[in-house]
Write a protein that binds this ligand. Sequence first.
Ligand code: DX5
Ligand code: ZN
Length: 220
Amino acid sequence: MVEISTSILSVKKEESIRKFYDLEVAHTDYFHIDIMDGKFVNNNTSEIMKEYVNEIKQISNIPLDVHLMVSNVKEYIEEYIPVKPNIITFHYEAIEDKKEIINLINYIKENNIRVGLSIKPDTKIEEIYEFLPYIHMVLVMTVEPGKGGQKLIEDTLVKIEQLKKYIKENNIGLDIEADGGINLETIKEVKEAGVDIAVVGSGIINSKDYKETIKQLKNI
Ligand code: DX5
Ligand code: ZN
């Protein structure tokens, strides 16, 4: 059964407490926290996401799935360690030096937090094979990072299938998460490609009944 990580990117400030409470009651498996610095991607959500995380921590114990779309990865890891997320994912494309990727992976793990590595639609999956033994999850972007409400890029599903095959053949235990443009129309092909966790933002946040939507996403 696929797990659902609800992206709170499209939640509006004036309705945030209500929405987070509704997601708690709807039993989303994770809150997906999209942190953007205005440099790695144009949008800047660092302030609002900090506020939202504080609100969520007062309402819910549901694990946080932190997605860093930032250039200064270390700075944001340090900012989020204190909130004890379940996982911190950063982008492969944000780091030039491969040794630095390993250092960041170790730094997150030393703080007893799981580690994810994310790749953009144009990045080949083979580029991150060398890091797979050291991480807990690969986040395959199924849209260009930077905003919600975009259309899923079909080609990225091939990368998910390729990754699934590779980790099976090489006996590597890790989760595959897909992120962007996933909703009741696209969830079936995303599951068939082999994901373990699906990030859904507008497909849940804009729906009438969160519990029903999450149930449908899991059961399709
Ligand atoms: C995009 C974010 C995604 C996005 C998902 O940069 O990483 O998590 O918010 O939103 P939807 O589901 O609306 O594409
Ligand atoms: Zn995301």
